[in-house]
Design a binder for this molecule. Sequence first.
Ligand SMILES: [Zn+2]
Length: 432
Amino acid sequence: MTARHVVRGRLLSFENGPDRPWYVEDGFLLIEDGVIAARGDLVDMPAADVPVTRYDGDLVMAGLIDTHIHYPQTQVIASYGAQLLDWLQRYTFVEEQRFADPAHAAAVAGFFLEELFRNGTTTAAVYCTVHANSVDAFFEASSARNSRMIAGKVMMDRGAPDGLLDTAERGHRESAAAIARWHGRGRQRYAVTPRFAPTSSEPQLEAAGDLLRAYPDCYLQTHLSENRDEIRAVAGLFPWSANYTQVYERFGLLGPRSIFGHCIHLSAAERRLLAESGSIAAFCPTSNLFIGSGLFDRRAMMDAGVTVSLATDVGGGTSYSMLRTAAEAYKILQLQGQNLPSFDAFHMMTAGNALALGLQDEIGTLEVGTAADLTVLRVGATAAMAHRMARVENLEQELFVLMTMGDDRAVRATWVAGVPVYTAEPQPQASA
Ligand SMILES: [Zn+2]
């Protein structure tokens, strides 16, 4: 039997890029077996005996996408007073050791996914810990929810407490086993995940490159050029390399499925390496401000032709909300005389991030044939937002207020593969 459902609301999708949103004021989505089967203006809806969920006045968009986040850091988010290298040693490396316990990993993975859904995020590129069981815990939790997730075991063989270290050989073996178990199973995808160059030896980076060559449809995720002390450490550890990016290039880690978190202090030569290889730079604004790392130069990246995505980087980042993330992105760009129009920001959170990940045929828009991963946003979620919204004159202004003032309170509902996985009070009216 086919599972069919209709969702009604204000439909908004950025499949045509940031400049030409597809928008229907009173529209319908017909969902069949988790996929958008038809869409359009309500007056054109085919008559059918299908349950309808009404989100009158709310924006129905593709589920939001977060291209860089750490699920083991849900209990170190908001840790005081340190920059990157200290922050890792004082907080993160202590916390991540808890994930040797499978029950702890399972409990946190469940919390993490529910928190993403509460924030309207339906897909993320996720770091686990060095423990193989942390990967199983995450993918089991995601599989149970049928969510499209990308994740991988952190590879780390130096510069951290013993309990968090693998070896080049063990990192390779456990990553390959996790790929065999999870990559392409349902909606799960694997990312080879060396944490960053300071915590991986050359043999381990070589092993990461081997994995990518053996499994070319896997992703690669790591950190790049976040903090000045980190860059100095990399220069000391890899004296043969002209710059940080070239370390990753040397081991075959650049490419169109490679996501590099931060990319703040890059030289023109490094931007060129990223652009020529089609690599993705993940802009993590709340993290960059909170850890005091620096200001991401989006214009320089785009002028160089680098693909830029948007991400929270929880727990260096301070919010799970992609709306808050876009608001902080705007402020970082303002400090550099750059701008971020609201259409651009909402495109990045949805179709843009999907395109960066090569998943545009499945997620990121409301196009027919894509997964019914949806977020429903209440533009007047708070009294102050509703009060401000009375003065907006068009969709662009409305979206700008929504991203500047909005957060998880603006998420009315989240759907994954045609199933509501989160609904805020009050419940929407469902009728047959
Ligand atoms: Zn990170």
